[in-house]
Design a protein around this ligand. Structure first.
Ligand SMILES: *[C@@H]1O[C@H](CO)[C@@H](O)[C@H](O)[C@H]1NC(C)=O
Length: 330
């Protein structure tokens, strides 16, 4: 009996050691350090997330999921904590909808079965919004960078900070949230947007310092894609370029996304549940499972696809990817 207890004890200690080792490894990988009173709290949350991820990936191996989860740099945060820090509640008032045309996109030819605008030079490297609910600005610059490239053959990284600081009259709330199509309306009204280099990112609300002589890209209007239509979204992404989309990103599976095709049963596609702006840069299929290729703005280190996520396509508008999509006309 004594031997058995000892054996159990050793096993327990060994597994605690392994967990601590993994915790230290994870902290090193992601450059994390904490005040001593904070560390135990963070480690406990991290361990809880590790159990969720391990269980999910076990189920993935059993063929029960189409995507893996991973101990991303956000693995030391509770899901609700994470949502408060990194997602934005979109401004509720959509009454003053601005210049975007409602356009049914059927004039375009048959779309390719797969498209990835990154391979054609339309997409800048993955950016990092840091702790500021400015996703909508990154979503807007992403599709304008693409359309600007389509027209000029020059890929210029554009300024999210200008949108954060200056598009408040259009209803955007800086780090507090906003809409890509309001940003297009703003850019249209003031005559352009500066480059990232000229008007660099600060991850906070600041005073508007837009200088029209420094404009790097312009637009003449924008299009709101027919709500909830993945068919219309496919026509746009297939024939025009990267498209700004809003999604429900509020689930732990998104916070800790690894790789594969993200599908979340808990996701909502209603406008009120949209809390994150991203960029659809293409679509395709893996083993018959269709996906949207989506550029996020949480750095290249989020997930295992260099900061991108494959999101389920034609699965009943999962996570609302087609609920409120838009792109600029250049
Ligand atoms: C605006 O940009 C122009 C051209 O670079 C520059 O000459 C001018 O000083 C700038 N104006 C302000 C207010 O910064």
């Amino acid at each position: 009996m004594k031997v058995l207890i000892l054996a159990l004890c050793v096993t327990y200690v060994a597994s605690r050691d392994t967990t601590s080792l993994k915790w230290n490894e994870w902290k090193n990988t992601h450059g994390k350090s904490y005040a001593s009173h904070e560390e135990m709290k963070r480690q406990l949350i991290w361990e809880k997330n590790l159990r969720v991820v391990t269980q999910h990936n076990y189920e993935y191996d059993e063929g029960l999921h189409t995507y893996t989860m991973a101990m991303t740099k956000f693995a030391d945060l509770e899901n609700d904590e994470f949502n408060t820090m990194y997602l934005a509640s979109m401004p509720a008032d959509r009454k003053n909808e601005l210049v975007c045309k409602k356009q049914t996109i059927d004039k375009f030819a048959q779309n390719p079965t797969t498209v990835d605008w990154r391979t054609q030079g339309y997409v800048t490297p993955v950016k990092n919004q840091l702790q500021c609910g400015s996703c909508w600005a990154f979503s807007a610059t992403g599709s304008l960078e693409g359309q600007h490239f389509a027209k000029t053959k020059k890929l210029v990284s554009l300024s999210e900070q200008q949108l954060i600081d200056c598009s408040t009259k259009q209803g955007d709330l800086g780090c507090g949230g906003g809409y890509p199509d309001w940003a297009f309306a703003y850019i249209n009204q003031v005559g352009g947007i500066e480059s990232e280099t000229n008007y660099p990112y600060e991850a906070k609300n600041d005073v508007c310092r837009f200088n029209v002589s420094e404009v790097a890209a312009t637009l003449t209007g924008c299009v709101d894609i027919t709500p909830d239509s993945e068919t219309q979204l496919e026509k746009a992404v297939g024939s025009i370029g990267p498209v700004s989309v809003l999604i429900d990103a509020s689930h732990i599976s998104f916070q800790l996304y690894g790789s594969g095709i993200y599908y979340e049963q808990q996701c909502s596609s209603s406008p009120a549940s949209l809390d994150h702006g991203v960029l659809a840069v293409g679509y395709g299929a893996d083993n018959g499972q269709e996906y949207w290729m989506v550029k996020n703005s949480w750095g290249e280190g989020w997930g295992k696809l260099g900061g991108y996520i494959k999101m389920a396509k034609n699965k009943n508008n999962n996570c609302g990817i087609a609920t409120q999509a838009s792109y600029p006309i250049v």
